[in-house]
Design a protein around this ligand. Structure first.
Ligand code: SF4
Length: 438
């Protein structure tokens, strides 16, 4: 948790207590309307939702930015409700993120900057496709439907998708995130995350008489089925992926005796197998397409008869987001990737851009942007990982507009129309039967 210490405190907020988050911290609401904002000041309000179960969240989100007097008027044109209100000391959260669900804290008061003079940003190149894939969309929908059907708490094993904002939002609605199914009270409802699980998780859940709703992405399930098939054929499966990632743990659990993990080209050169004539490979769904192809090339050289999965395991969403980043990185001076640091596909987007010589940074939201990254940058690329909701993109775009961007150009490489069906237990028919509406 990073707390921004006030640099110039507005008199009306000077009495705010210091923000010291920690396990068990109680929700705090402070008055955020100290009076008219001085002409020479820019007031930044941040929100902070304290942990309810000992989890410390990332830095507070920027909730509202406002200027007094002339500064307010200069920024007001593109700023919408937030700026208009700010000048009159009447604060509201930005659209879709009402202040009343947060503990709002004024954490920083800065001198207004002459953005038109000291920043260079002119154009935003917005990658498309970006953001939610069909598997993430489905997983989040499943938790929300489970909450409507069965009521809070609904337990969720692991982060349903790797995005801290999504997890926090679902926690507010009544989801309780646990690391293992063994932490879920007997007989309770548990949702399994989009990344898939090993068979023993289903076994443990059955023993505990849990109502299991499986949000595993169907494209991950496909890889599990391939692992089972290759294992049945007594093939050694070289699983290309990152050690410790939940998806890799889940896939490995399908055939632990047969699977060897290959993390990079060096490991592809050295991995040993008992019978080089009975080898196959699979991969994690969210890897770098180019890096994975290099690994596969090495494996094919070493094991000419190696069996491939019938269709690439790297999923359509990973491929499309990387293709879009390549187009953006060709033209951008710097790329901002919206995603959490445990999101594999988001990290790969950063790498793809850097491999093309374009600086790229992973951010959870606009509060994590270091303005030094934008020094001298006229064209700023923006994209979001498959687990980042679009409202985070909106916030980053608003932030960039405040810093001078006047043009937003979408750079689209392909249309996406993928959608997956819901599992039994949370379908429309289940909601209708329960009288909670579809
Ligand atoms: Fe499924 Fe791909 Fe999304 Fe993962 S990134 S949840 S495999 S669609």
């Amino acid at each position: 948790m990073r707390v921004v210490e006030p640099k110039v405190m507005h008199p009306g907020v000077a009495s705010l207590p210091p923000l010291e988050p920690g396990p068990g911290m109680a929700r705090t609401t402070v008055p955020v309307v100290p009076g008219p904002v001085d002409q020479a000041e820019l007031l930044v309000l941040s929100e902070f939702v304290p942990p309810e179960r000992g989890v410390v969240f990332p830095p507070p989100q920027q909730l509202a930015v406002g200027h007094g007097g002339a500064a307010h008027q200069r920024e007001g044109e593109g700023g919408g409700q937030r700026d208009r209100d700010a000048g009159h000391g009447s604060w509201e959260g930005d659209a879709g993120h009402p202040i009343d669900r947060t503990a709002a804290l004024a954490t920083d008061v800065l001198r207004p900057r002459r953005y038109d003079e000291d920043v260079s940003v002119q154009r935003v190149l917005l990658a498309a496709p970006r953001g939610y894939c069909a598997g993430v969309d489905r997983a989040v929908d499943i938790v929300e439907r489970a909450l409507r059907l069965y009521g809070a708490p609904v337990y969720v094993r692991k982060q349903i998708v790797h995005n801290i904002h999504v997890v926090r939002d679902l926690e507010r609605k009544g989801a309780v995130f646990v690391e293992e199914e063994t932490e879920v009270p007997e007989g309770a409802t548990v949702v399994l995350s989009a990344h898939g699980v090993a068979p023993e998780v289903y076994e443990n859940s059955a023993r505990r008489r849990l109502r299991v709703i499986d949000a595993t992405c169907p494209l991950v399930t496909k890889v599990h089925l391939e692992a089972r098939r290759f294992a049945k054929e007594e093939s050694t499966i070289l699983l290309i992926g990152h050690e410790g990632h939940e998806e890799v743990i889940g896939t490995s659990g399908e055939a632990p005796e047969h699977i060897r993990l290959v993390g990079d080209v060096d490991e592809a050169r050295t991995v040993e197998v008992p019978d080089p004539t009975r080898v196959s490979y699979l991969s994690q769904t969210t890897l770098s397409v180019d890096e994975t192809n290099r690994i596969i090339e090495v494996l094919r050289e070493r094991f000419p008869g190696i069996q491939a999965p019938p269709r690439d395991d790297i999923c359509y969403a990973t491929q499309n987001r990387q293709d879009a980043v390549k187009e953006v990185a060709r033209r951008a001076d710097v790329l901002l990737v919206i995603g959490s640091d445990n999101s594999s596909n988001s990290n790969r987007l950063v790498e793809v851009s850097r491999a093309m010589g374009t600086s790229a940074y992973l951010i959870d939201d606009e509060t994590e942007v270091d303005e030094a990254w934008l020094d001298g940058a006229e064209n700023v690329g923006v994209t979001s990982g498959a687990s980042a909701p679009e409202w985070l993109v909106d916030r980053v775009l608003a932030w960039l507009r405040h810093r001078g961007a006047t043009e937003i150009e979408e750079v689209r490489v392909v249309e996406e129309h993928m959608a997956f069906g819901l599992p039994r237990g949370v379908r429309d028919s289940d909601l209708e039967r329960a009288g909670v509406g579809a």
